[in-house]
Ligand binder design. Structure first.
Ligand SMILES: O=c1ccn([C@@H]2O[C@H](COP(=O)(O)OP(=O)(O)O[C@H]3O[C@H](CO)[C@@H](O)[C@H](O)[C@H]3O)[C@@H](O)[C@H]2O)c(=O)[nH]1
Ligand SMILES: [Mn+2]
Length: 463
C-alpha cells in the first residue's frame, strides 16, 4: 500500500511487549552469573520435586543460576525436562570416585547418597550458592540468602541446636569438599546421612555467629505439628521456603485438579496448613511442570516407553495407569502417532522459563480452531540438554552424558480429569543389564543391592 507522508504509520510497540522486553533486559542484566541455587535429584521421582522447586524459584524473579545435580539413575527423558527449567543439569558420578569405594569398605555404604549432596561444593564456577532440597518449595523471592556466608542454615524443628540441611548457604570449594569427604570417612555421620555429617563438620553453627542462623521462615517444615502454635499463627504466613521433610512427600499424594484438593493416601493425614502447602506444590506441578512433559514428549520421537503421560479417562489403555499399574498409554506415547493431540495439557508451552498456567481439565480435548492433529506433531525441536558429566575428582567433561536406558526407577504420571498421580515404577533389569551395572560400579547400596538383600538371596540359595 502506498502511504502518503501524512499517512505514514509507525507501529507503536504494544505496551505489554515493551514491558516484557524491559523485564527480560532487566533480568539479563541483573542475573548474577557466579551465584546459583542448587538442588539434587538422584532418581526420576525426586526429579519431580526438583522441577517444582525450580519452577517455584522462577516464579519469584529469579536472578541467580539454577543448577540440579543428578546421578546416572536419572532417565534421559527427565534430563531433557530438567534442562528446560535448570540452567545446568550436572551429572555427578558416584561410581568413579575412589572415596565411595573407601566408604563401602568402611561399611558405611548408605553415606553414598548423602555424599551426593556434598558434591555441591565442587561447583567452583560459582562463588556462592544456596542449596535447597528437592522437597522444598519457594514461596517468595529469597535473594537475600546470598547476603549470608558459609555455613548458614535454619534450625531443625526436631532438635533446634542442629541445623536442618534442606536449605543452606555455602561456598563451593574443592578444599572444603575434600575435608567433608575426609570427615565422613573418619567420623561417619551420627544420623547416617548428610545432616549429621554437616552438623558435626560445621559444629560451631549453633554458637558462634547468629548471622549464620537462617530464620525458620527459610526452611519451614510443612508437616510438623507445631507445639508453639501462636508462633505459627504469628509468623507462619511470612514463610518463604516450605520443606516437606519426612517420609511423606508431596508426590506421594494424589491431586484432584478440578477441586484443587490433595488426596491423602493410606494412613496419611495432613493438618490444615500442611494441606495448603501441598495444594500449592500440586498447583505448581500442574501448571508449570506437566506442560513441560507435554512439550518434550511432543517433540521427542524416542521417549522412553517407561514414561507415560496418560489421560486415563481417554481410551482403555490408560485406565490401568491411573490405578498405578502403569501400562503404556497409547494416547500419549509418541509412537502412537499423534503425541500431543490427545494430551489434555493445553497449548504448547515455551521451552524456557515459566510457562503460563495451563488448565488441564478440558474434557473435550478439542484442538485449537484451524489446527489439525498433525500440526501437533510438529512441536519445536528439543534443545540438546545442558548436561555435563562431572566427576568431582577430575575435570568436568564437556561431553554430553551417554544416556543408557538402564534406569531402574521410572515414573508413571497418570493424568485424568479428576486425578493426577505420580507413581514409582521399578523397571526389572535383565541379568546382562544387572551385570553391566555392577561392572560399571553402579551399585544400589540402599535398594536391591543392599547387603541385607544379598544375604537373603544367599540364604535362599544355601537352603
Ligand atoms: O532418593 C533420594 C533421596 C534424597 N534425595 C535428595 O536428598 C535430599 C534429602 O532427602 P529428603 O528425602 O528430602 O530428606 P528429608 O526428609 O528432608 O530429611 C532430612 O534428613 C536428610 C538426611 O540427613 C537431609 O538430607 C534433609 O535435608 C533433612 O531435611 C532430597 O530432597 C533430594 O534432594 C534424592 O535425590 N534421592
Ligand atoms: Mn528434604
Amino acid at each position: 500500500m502506498n502511504l502518503g507522508r501524512g499517512e505514514e504509520v509507525t507501529m507503536a510497540p504494544s505496551p505489554l511487549l515493551s514491558l516484557r522486553s524491559v523485564t527480560l533486559v532487566f533480568l539479563l542484566i541483573f542475573t548474577v552469573t557466579d551465584q546459583a541455587f542448587v538442588t539434587l535429584a538422584t532418581n526420576d521421582i525426586y526429579c519431580q520435586g526438583a522441577l517444582v522447586l525450580g519452577q517455584s524459584l522462577r516464579r519469584h524473579r529469579l536472578t541467580r543460576k539454577l543448577v540440579v545435580l543428578i546421578t546416572p539413575q536419572v532417565s534421559s527423558l527427565l534430563r531433557v525436562i530438567l534442562s528446560k527449567v535448570f540452567d545446568e543439569v550436572i551429572e555427578v558420578n558416584l561410581i568413579d570416585s575412589a572415596d565411595y569405594i573407601h566408604l563401602a569398605f568402611l561399611k558405611r555404604p548408605e553415606l553414598g547418597l548423602t555424599l551426593t549432596k556434598l558434591h555441591c561444593w565442587t561447583l567452583t564456577h560459582y562463588s556462592k550458592c544456596v542449596f535447597l532440597d528437592a522437597d522444598t518449595l519457594v514461596l517468595s523471592n529469597v535473594d537475600e540468602l546470598f547476603d549470608r556466608g558459609e555455613f548458614s542454615a535454619a534450625p531443625d524443628p526436631g532438635w533446634p541446636d542442629c541445623f536442618n540441611s534442606g536449605v543452606f548457604v555455602f561456598q563451593p570449594s574443592l578444599h572444603t569438599h575434600k575435608l567433608l569427604l575426609q570427615h565422613a570417612m573418619e567420623h561417619g555421620s551420627f544420623d547416617g546421612a548428610d545432616q549429621g555429617l554437616l552438623n558435626s563438620f560445621f559444629r560451631n553453627w549453633s554458637t558462634t555467629d547468629i548471622h549464620k542462623h537462617l530464620p525458620f521462615i527459610y526452611n519451614l517444615s510443612s508437616n510438623t505439628m507445631y507445639t508453639y502454635s501462636p508462633a505459627f499463627k504469628q509468623f507462619g504466613s511470612s514463610a518463604k521456603v516450605v520443606h516437606f521433610l519426612g517420609s511423606m512427600k508431596p508426590w506421594n499424594y494424589k491431586y484432584n485438579p478440578q477441586s484443587g484438593s490433595v488426596l491423602e493416601q493410606g494412613s496419611a493425614s495432613s493438618s490444615q496448613h500442611q494441606a495448603a502447602f501441598l495444594h500449592l506444590w500440586w498447583t505448581v506441578y500442574q501448571n508449570n511442570v506437566l506442560p513441560l512433559y507435554k512439550s518434550v514428549q511432543a517433540g521427542e520421537a524416542r521417549a522412553s516407553p517407561g514414561h507415560t503421560l496418560c489421560r486415563s479417562d481417554v481410551g482403555g489403555p490408560c485406565a490401568d495407569s491411573a490405578s498405578g499399574v502403569g501400562e503404556p498409554c497409547e494416547n500419549s506415547t509418541p509412537s502412537a502417532g499423534v503425541p500431543c493431540a490427545n494430551s489434555p495439557l493445553g497449548s504448547n508451552q515455551p521451552a524456557q522459563g515459566l510457562p503460563e498456567p495451563t488448565q488441564i481439565v478440558d474434557e473435550t480435548l478439542s484442538l485449537p480452531e484451524g489446527r489439525r492433529s498433525e500440526d501437533m506433531i510438529a512441536c519445536p525441536e528439543i534443545e540438546t540438554p545442558a548436561v555435563i558429566t562431572c566427576d568431582p575428582l577430575s575435570q568436568p567433561s564437556p561431553q554430553p552424558a551417554d544416556f543408557t536406558e538402564t534406569e531402574t526407577t521410572l515414573v508413571d504420571l497418570a493424568v485424568s480429569v479428576s486425578q493426577i498421580s505420580i507413581e514409582e515404577k521399578v523397571k526389572e533389569l535383565s541379568p546382562e543389564e544387572e551385570r553391566r551395572k555392577w561392572e560399571e560400579g553402579r551399585i544400589d547400596y540402599m535398594g536391591k543391592d543392599a547387603f541385607a538383600r544379598i544375604q537373603e538371596k544367599l540364604d535362599r540359595f544355601l537352603q
